[in-house]
Design a protein around this ligand. Structure first.
Ligand code: K1U
Ligand code: ZN
Length: 171
């Protein structure tokens, strides 16, 4: 298991649409293990495979706040059904470092997916879990939370991130 570098905006790879996983074998489970290590190391509460450059429809998540009681979740080929009612939640993204914004999304969702062992599951989610699932599902479609902001706010964030990238010292 290993920690992988997380791609950051602007990066065309993050805008790709991820492809469905045909079967869950050792390679997919290794990827899920690496994703979880990467997410915990960041630290974050979710990660989509595309954020480490792999265009597969895989998400990992752990919204538990207790360091000693980890509750990892794995979603392969997730399909979502949203409730109509919405609420706002402050979101961040490991691919958009140090930027946060309130995003309005459906406050409940139902997601059908395959788990770590390839077993079909159905999960009803609300609160942070529902927000996080929808945020990560967006990554599978090449969408970032900043896409919901005004053109001006989004371009200011991208400008800042591009500047930070070009200022980075490469050794
Ligand atoms: O990059 C990502 O997709 C992960 C992202 C998930 C997310 C957070 C908040 C709302 C929606 C989706 C993050 O994990 S950002 C970091 C973060 O939220 C966090 C980091 C450390 C402790 C607790 C939270
Ligand atoms: Zn994200």
């Amino acid at each position: 298991m290993s920690v992988k570098p997380i791609l950051t905006e602007p990066n065309k790879i993050l805008r790709q649409i991820s492809k469905p996983v045909e079967s869950i074998g050792d390679e997919e489970r290794r990827l899920m293990d690496d994703m979880l290590d990467t997410m915990y190391a960041a630290p974050g509460i979710g990660l989509a495979a595309i954020q480490i450059g792999v265009p597969k429809r895989i998400i990992v998540m752990d919204i538990s706040r207790d360091e000693d009681k980890k509750e990892p979740r794995y979603f392969v080929n997730p399909v979502i059904k949203n409730n109509n009612e919405t609420s706002k939640y402050e979101e961040g993204c490991l691919s958009v470092p140090d930027q946060f914004a309130e995003i309005e999304r459906p406050n409940e969702c139902e997601v059908e997916y395959l788990d770590y062992n390839g077993k079909k599951q159905l999960l009803k989610a609300d609160g942070l879990l529902a927000t996080c699932i929808q945020h990560e599902m967006d990554h599978l479609e090449g969408v970032l939370f900043i896409d919901y902001l005004s053109k001006l706010k989004k371009s200011m964030i991208i400008k800042k991130l591009s500047k930070n990238k070009s200022n980075r010292i490469i050794v």
